[in-house]
Write a protein that binds this ligand. Structure first.
Ligand code: C2E
Ligand code: CA
Ligand code: CA
Ligand code: CA
Length: 281
């Protein structure tokens, strides 16, 4: 029995060892991904309603892993956050998004998105040089500050309210806009609206799917949109997956929408090719 226990322990140890190695391996490959240029910027359109024109775009990271192919953020962002590598990743995406949209606006102002939004992980708010870095990205790319939106989740904001609002105020002084991402999924969301300077509310997709045929949920989403509009905020409905949802949201007075039905996240060149210039009549 004693031997059996020992064997089990060794098996356990081996497995732990393997897991540790594979984690270290992934960590190293992710670390190198940034320097080897394996990160990709994808853009998902955000359309204005009711006309359906592309108004802006959200920047979403992908990793073109030479071993495993194109990786979605869900498979590497958690590790990147744990290790702090997310800082470098977010900064790369920020720069790339600003550069891409700026070039697009210069080359074809008629079809270019008017703004781009970039996701920032919570850790950024602890870094004193966040504002400097954003200012640097705007300065080197020439993108106008009012064309940049920084998306933060409610969990981010749930931290030290005083520090958070001071940091966000600093950013807003640059002229950039702040969005609350996944709005409605954290708790005490209303507290942020009171205490934190924001410009955009993104209603989480869990409120949008199941909207059709659920009057209670419709009332709730209507109320959130009205509240946002009353506060002078841009309100975006996320995760619009079909025409029925889009029609309903339009009737409800929704002004901005994003989702697979309107466009998938895609490489900038693909998005650009899909947007044709409306011929002047
Ligand atoms: P998010 O910021 O809420 O981004 C929206 C996510 O919903 C994206 O997933 C997008 O592909 C997906 N989505 C868009 N429309 C629909 C739809 O109609 N239906 C459904 N089911 N999903 C839709 P993605 O690209 O896999 O990103 C997942 C999350 O990873 C993002 O959620 C964001 O929290 C994080 N993320 C992505 N890129 C970055 C980044 O550059 N930096 C940081 N810090 N986080 C990022
Ligand atoms: Ca987002
Ligand atoms: Ca979201
Ligand atoms: Ca999210």
């Amino acid at each position: 029995a004693k031997d059996l226990g020992k064997n089990r322990f060794m098996l356990f140890e081996t497995r732990m060892h393997e897991q540790l190695l594979s984690r270290l391996d992934q960590e190293n490959r992710l670390r190198e991904a940034v320097h080897r240029g394996e990160l990709r910027l994808h853009l998902q359109p955000v359309v204005a309603l009711p006309d359906g024109q592309v108004s802006g775009a959200e920047a979403l990271v992908r990793w073109q892993d030479p071993q495993r192919g194109l990786q979605q953020p869900g498979s590497f962002i958690p590790l990147a956050e744990e290790t702090g590598m997310i800082i470098e990743i977010d900064r790369w995406i920020l720069l790339e998004a600003c550069r891409t949209i700026r070039a697009w606006q210069e080359e074809s102002p008629a079809t270019a998105p008017a703004w781009v939004s970039v996701n920032l992980s919570a850790i950024h708010l602890d870094l004193p040089d966040l504002t400097d870095h954003v200012a640097y990205a705007l300065a080197t790319t020439g993108l106008s500050p009012h064309c940049l939106v920084l998306e933060l989740t409610e969990t981010v904001m749930m931290r030290d309210l005083a520090v958070t609002s001071a940091r966000l105020e600093e950013l807003r002084e640059l002229g950039v806009k702040i969005a609350i991402d996944d709005f409605g999924t954290g708790y005490s969301s209303l507290g942020y609206l009171r205490d934190i300077p924001v410009d955009v509310l993104k209603i989480d997709r869990s409120f949008i799917n199941g909207l059709v045929g659920n009057s209670r949920q419709q009332e709730l989403v209507s109320a959130i949109m009205q509240l946002g509009h009353t506060l002078g905020l841009r309100v975006v409905a996320e995760g619009v997956e079909d025409a029925d949802q889009l029609t309903l949201l339009t009737v409800m007075g929704c002004k901005f929408a994003q989702g697979y039905h309107l466009g998938r996240p895609q490489p900038p060149a693909e998005l650009r090719a899909g947007l044709t210039v409306a011929e002047p009549v």
